[in-house]
Design a protein around this ligand. Structure first.
Ligand code: MD3
Ligand code: FE
Length: 225
């Protein structure tokens, strides 16, 4: 379903076997060094969702090769499995008609055209316990306009997609469940968004994940190698 221009929700997209594989991989990626960490915000607060990064380390507000605000370790590599998954996800959300006929100078200036030949190179994985939230924000630290791909595992949440002007209304609320895909490109790439609530006990019985929610976002950094 297209929730807003360029924002496409594909419920139940991940095959059960792939959900299990991703959960197991997330548990490995969460281990130190460069494992799960609490993100401190510039105002002296901290995010309630904890995070692990692959490819590049995100910190407010930029990307680094090492965990500059944690153990200082080199960031874990971005696995090719996630690169393939990202390209498949964009194709699933936008369909074959979104495939670029031209790439580069001749391509039309829309994020719909940029995705397929673009190398996804960053994963930000957020771990929500049942109390965790994410306030309304924009993702503007990437230097590329390729769509952000989001995969959800575990407990359901309330996801809020706002507008590109400010944090407030109008917004559209969507429930995200285990296995759902969401792709945010085109006019929605810089929209405000957040996670106001996790719904305890709504998780995926087939996953045996325990309470909480996992979200994997796949991104194109636009940064030099
Ligand atoms: C809409 N994560 O990591 S995923 C984030 O569920 C983030 O953990 C949330 O916001 C989560 O930055 C939401 C959905 C998402 C991700 C990126 C977006 C929505 C987006 C970028 C632009 C617009
Ligand atoms: Fe975000």
């Amino acid at each position: 379903a297209e929730i807003a221009p360029g924002a496409v929700h594909v419920p139940d997209w991940l095959a059960p076997e792939l959900r299990r594989e991703l959960l197991a991989a997330c548990r490995e990626w969460a281990r130190p060094p460069a494992g799960l960490r609490t993100v401190r915000t510039p105002g002296g607060g901290q995010m309630t969702a904890r995070q692990v990064c692959l490819g590049r380390h995100w910190y407010p507000y930029g990307y680094a090769r090492t965990v500059v605000d944690g153990d200082g370790a080199p960031v874990k590599p971005f696995p090719e499995l996630l690169g393939r998954l990202a390209r498949e996800a964009v194709r699933a959300a936008y369909g074959a008609e979104a495939q670029p006929v031209a790439y580069g100078a001749d391509a039309p200036p829309s994020a719909y055209d940029t995705a397929y030949d673009t190398a996804y190179d960053i994963a930000l994985i957020n771990f929500y316990d049942t109390e965790a939230r994410m306030g309304m924000h924009r993702d503007s630290d990437e230097r590329a306009d390729a769509p952000v791909v989001s995969l959800s595992l575990g407990d359901s949440c309330l996801f809020r997609l706002g507008n590109t002007e400010h944090r407030g209304r109008p917004y559209t609320d969507v429930e995200l469940r285990s296995g759902d895909l969401f792709v945010f490109g085109g006019p929605s790439r810089l929209a405000y968004h957040g996670v106001p609530k996790v719904y305890p006990g709504t998780g995926d019985p087939a996953l045996a994940m325990g309470p909480g929610r996992l979200n994997i976002t796949l991104r194109v950094s636009g940064l030099p190698d």
